[in-house]
Design a protein around this ligand. Sequence first.
Ligand code: NAP
Length: 472
Amino acid sequence: MLIGGQWRDGAAAATLGVEDPATGEQLCEVADATPDDALAALSAAAEAQAEWGSHPPRERGEILRRAFEQMTERADELALLMTLEMGKSLAESKAEITYAAEFLRWFSEEAVRIEGRYATAPTGQGRMLVMRQPVGPCLLITPWNFPAAMGTRKIGPAIAAGCTMVVKPAKQTPLSMLALAGILTEAGLPDGVLNVLTGSSSGDLMAPLISDERLRKLSFTGSTEVGRTLMAQASEQLLRLSMELGGNAPFVVFEDAEIDEAVEGAMIAKLRNVGEACTAANRFHVAESVADEFTEKLAARFRSLEVGRGTEDGVDIGPLIDDDQRSKVASLVEDAMAKGAEAIVGGSAIDRPGYFYEPTVLAGVPDDADLLREEIFGPVAPIATFADEDEAVAAANRTEFGLVSYLYTRDVKRALRVCERLDTGMIGLNQGMVSNAAAPFGGVKQSGFGREGGAEGINEYLETKYIAINLD
Ligand code: NAP
């Protein structure tokens, strides 16, 4: 763990094993934190806050810039570490390192653009000064699916804004976060600004911090279920919250779409990260007249995919994160097939060590199949059809989630009409990926609230203070 600038074991000297999901074998062990360690990490963050909050913004930005350069320079090594602990192919891990580093670059540029305002009151008598200051010590909790990028998306703006922090990565993937903390330390981040806790019992570790009045903000990326629990805990202190939660993205293909482009976009939207992404296309809604063509072309692409250990050359699809995740995918596919869906490609777990599942295309998926409502988090593409635009929009919005939607059409009027009607935080219009450090990432409905990245991202880490001035 990293606490107050010291790399240390946990107070109980216990360890947590990190597994390679491609083999099921243990890679190494990391410290298993106790609640006392968690409080020590928060103490370090609280002690560093006053100095860090008044640290020159230019220097905060330069630390981020140096870390961006180091991440970029060490991309191969960091990608290998990520593939070993998380499973996805080396090419995908490298793409994530690039994406993750972009948040450090973006927020290195934002650090010097934190502005306030000075205005004359409408009566002409008083003046209004508005200043923006760091929120204070933050708790940042991240998931295993993007072990680096979900960290930098929070750490970048927190550093830029002048907040100190305690970061807790998921227990399956602590290594990428520890490596990132090493880079930020080498880049000159002062002791105590960033503290990293690795641990097996997240609930026990996080609860005392959430109820500690020194903590000022909680930013969470993970499942809606855990998000709800954390929000209830945070209500005790009315903590500032950012919640990046689950998704159930519809991928809508209209009859006027360029089908080859839609298939290309579908490959990215569905298979990026082996389908283990909150932005993954969870269900395909395709116009009846082009459904057969789309399905055949997508199935042909799925058939040609190479499944294997992410570290091997030519591998497209690595293992899922663990046995629980694979069992969940398998049971969702079984449910859909029992209700009448047909597997055009795949449909089964792969019998070999590790947690592999076949890339799968399901056609004729009925409305009552569970996988249309639940996050699949695997390489499974269920295809349903629609008759007209109203039916497509209704199907796309039929979910309690609202993170991202994908839309393929060549008709500009229809594109804008449908974009306005989709209940979603983000839309990929004729493209299968929306993630971009310069854009506001986030959801509506039960996908959460708050935005990460873009000009909006730093606001999550700033408070607004207003000063009423009497000049008479
Ligand atoms: P998760 O089970 O909710 O875990 C996320 C993080 O919360 C992990 O660090 C986990 O630690 C921790 N955690 C779990 N229970 C906790 C508790 N009671 N108190 C405090 N912390 C707790 O989610 P996941 O399975 O890792 O990630 C997949 C989910 O994340 C999916 O639903 C996906 O859609 C969502 N996600 C959303 C976004 C977005 O931007 N909207 C991005 C990526 C992923 P341990 O693992 O150590 O228990």
